[in-house]
Write a protein that binds this ligand. Structure first.
Ligand SMILES: *Cc1c(COP(=O)(O)O)cnc(C)c1O
Length: 474
C-alpha cells in the first residue's frame, strides 16, 4: 500500500515513511492510494470482535510495512482496560469505547476514558507505541514540537512519556486553558517531557512552532517532528471506533447508522469518512461546529471561507478556523484530482476562499452523506442541562454541541451515535454554569492541581524556544 499526497507532487511513500512526518513535501496531506474495502463476509466476521481485534482488522489493511505480529502486539499493548480505565458508572472499561444508550436509537460513544479524558488519547496512545517501535528499528530520535490550547498537548505528552527516542517540547499559553488542563500537562515530570509555558496567547505559540519548523536546517539537525492532527496514523487509528460503535448499536449489517461529530480540525469526522469508504454502512456523518462555523457554512453552501480570527468559545477545543484535515475529504470529493486541490488551496493559503458550486462539485457532497450544523453558548448550556435532566448523564460542552446538531438531523429508524469527545471533568466552569454543580473527577485525578509541576515559563520568543530545544534535545 502506497500513500499519495492530496496535491500530487510529492513522492509516494509507505506507512512507516509518513508516520513521523507532517505535511507532504508539496504541502498536501497523505492518503492511501486506494481505500481498502471490506466485503460483506468480512464485515460479518468483524461483528463480535473486541476492540483490539477490530483495530487489527482495520489497521492491518492500512499498514502493510510493519510485520503483522508486531502490529498486533502494538495494538494489544495500546487498547487495554488499564489505559482506558476512566470509564464512568455502568460502562465496561474492557469495551475501550463503551456505547451509552440514552434512549432506543440514541447513543453516546464514550471516547474519552483514556489518560487525559479526551478522545485524542484514542489515536495518540497508539502513535506513542508506533513511534517507539519505528525509532527502535532505525535507532532514530525524534523531538516533537507542538503548540496546544488544551487537549492535544496533554494527549501527546501522556502518549510519549517515557518512550525511548522521543522527547516532547509542548508550548502552551499562560492563560486560556482550564485549570484541569493546565494541571494535567504540568504534572508530568518525566525527563522526556518539556512544558514550555509562553507568556502570550495560543496563536503566538503556534506562530513560534511554525517559525521553528520553517527553519529547515534547524529542523533537520534536531530531528524536529510533530504530532498534529494531519498525521495520517491518527486519522487511521480513529476510524476503528466507528466500526466498534456500529457493531454495538446494530443487530445486523443490513442496518445503517448516523454519527454526529463535534468538529474542529475535521480529524475525527475524516476518520468516519474513511470508515465509510472502507465499507462501513454509515448513513450520515453529521459535522457539528461551535460558533467557529467555517465547516458548517461549507456543508450548507459549498463555500469554504476560513476566517482570519478565531472566536473564543465555551467549547474551546473546537475553536479552529482552518480545518486542516478537510483537504483529505475535498480530495475525494474532486474524484482525487490533485491539480484541482492545488488550485483550491492556493486560494485558501493566500487568505481567500473557494466555492464548489461553480464547478458542480458541491452537488457531490450529498453522495458522501455529510451534513452539518452549528451550536452556540446558549445551545450548549441548554443541551448539557436537558441531557442531565432527561437522561441523568453529564456531558461536556463539546459533546453537547455534537448532540445538539445531531438531533437536528436525526431520522426515524436510523440509530444516531454522538461522539463524546471529552469528559465533563475537563471543563468544570462550563458544567458549573450549566448545572450549578461540579463534575465528578476520576478518583486518581482528585488532587491533580496539588501535584508537583514541571514547567518552564518564557516569553513568546522564537530564539528562546530554539535555545531551550538545543539545551534539552541531547
Ligand atoms: C480535538 C477536539 C475536538 C475536535 O476534533 P477534530 O478532530 O479536530 O475535529 C472536539 N472536542 C474535543 C474535546 C477535542 O479535544
Amino acid at each position: 500500500m502506497n500513500y499519495l499526497s492530496t496535491r500530487g507532487l510529492a513522492p509516494q511513500l509507505r506507512f512507516s515513511e509518513i508516520l513521523l512526518g507532517g505535511l507532504a513535501s508539496d504541502g498536501g496531506l497523505y492518503v492511501p492510494e486506494v481505500y481498502p474495502r471490506f466485503t460483506a463476509a468480512q464485515l460479518e466476521a468483524m461483528r463480535g470482535m473486541n476492540y483490539r481485534e477490530l483495530a487489527f482488522a482495520v489497521l492491518s489493511r492500512l499498514i502493510d510495512d510493519i510485520p503483522h505480529d508486531d502490529l498486533a502486539a502494538l495494538i494489544d499493548k495500546t487498547y487495554t482496560a488499564e489505559v482506558y480505565r476512566h470509564a464512568g458508572p455502568g460502562e465496561n472499561a474492557e469495551d475501550i469505547t463503551p456505547l451509552k444508550t440514552l434512549e432506543p436509537g440514541l447513543h453516546v460513544l464514550a471516547l474519552s476514558n483514556g489518560p487525559t479524558l479526551a478522545f485524542k488519547d484514542m489515536a495518540m496512545q497508539l502513535l506513542g507505541n508506533l513511534f517507539e517501535y519505528v525509532l527502535d528499528k532505525t535507532h532514530g530520535e525524534l523531538n516533537i514540537l507542538g503548540a496546544t490550547s488544551g487537549d492535544t498537548g496533554s494527549a501527546a505528552e501522556y502518549a510519549m512519556r517515557g518512550k525511548r527516542g522521543v522527547r516532547v517540547f509542548m508550548l502552551s499559553p499562560e492563560h486560556g486553558m482550564t485549570r484541569f488542563q493546565q494541571a494535567q500537562m504540568y504534572a508530568l515530570t518525566d525527563a522526556n517531557i518539556h512544558n514550555l509555558v509562553i507568556r502570550g496567547v495560543f496563536d503566538q505559540c503556534q506562530d513560534i512552532v511554525k517559525a521553528v519548523s520553517n527553519d529547515l536546517e534547524f529542523k533537520a539537525r534536531h530531528h524536529i517532528g510533530a504530532v498534529n492532527s494531519i498525521n495520517w496514523a491518527r486519522v487511521a487509528a480513529q476510524s476503528v471506533y466507528y466500526f466498534k460503535a456500529y457493531f454495538a448499536a446494530t443487530q445486523s449489517n443490513d442496518q445503517q447508522v448516523s454519527f454526529s461529530v463535534p468538529s474542529g480540525n475535521f480529524g475525527n469526522v475524516c476518520a468516519g469518512h474513511i470508515a465509510r469508504q472502507m465499507g462501513l454502512p454509515i448513513k450520515k456523518l453529521i459535522v457539528a461546529t461551535n460558533e467557529n462555523d467555517v465547516l458548517d457554512e461549507f456543508f450548507k453552501t459549498g463555500i469554504y471561507r476560513p476566517r482570519p480570527e478565531t472566536k473564543h468559545t465555551s467549547s474551546p477545543s473546537m475553536d479552529i478556523s482552518k480545518a486542516s484535515n478537510f483537504e483529505r475529504f475535498v480530495f475525494d470529493l474532486t474524484g482525487r484530482d490533485a491539480a484541482k486541490v492545488r488550485g483550491l488551496w492556493s486560494a485558501v493559503e493566500s487568505g481567500g476562499s473557494f466555492d464548489l458550486n461553480a464547478n458542480g462539485l458541491f452537488d457531490r457532497v450529498a453522495g458522501f452523506g455529510v451534513v452539518s450544523g452549528s451550536s452556540n453558548h446558549a445551545n450548549r448550556m441548554d443541551t448539557i442541562r436537558t441531557v442531565y435532566e432527561v437522561y441523568g448523564t453529564m456531558i461536556d460542552p463539546h459533546t453537547a454541541d455534537g448532540l445538539k446538531v445531531g438531533l437536528e438531523h436525526r431520522e426515524p429508524g436510523v440509530p444516531l451515535i454522538c461522539m463524546e469527545t471529552a469528559q465533563p471533568a475537563k471543563f468544570e466552569d462550563a458544567i458549573r454554569e450549566a448545572l450549578g454543580i461540579e463534575p465528578v473527577r476520576p478518583a486518581e485525578l482528585a488532587d491533580l492541581e496539588a501535584q508537583p509541576q514541571k514547567k518552564h515559563v518564557m516569553d513568546a520568543d522564537v530564539d528562546a524556544v530554539k535555545q531551550f530545544i538545543v539545551d534539552h534535545a541531547g
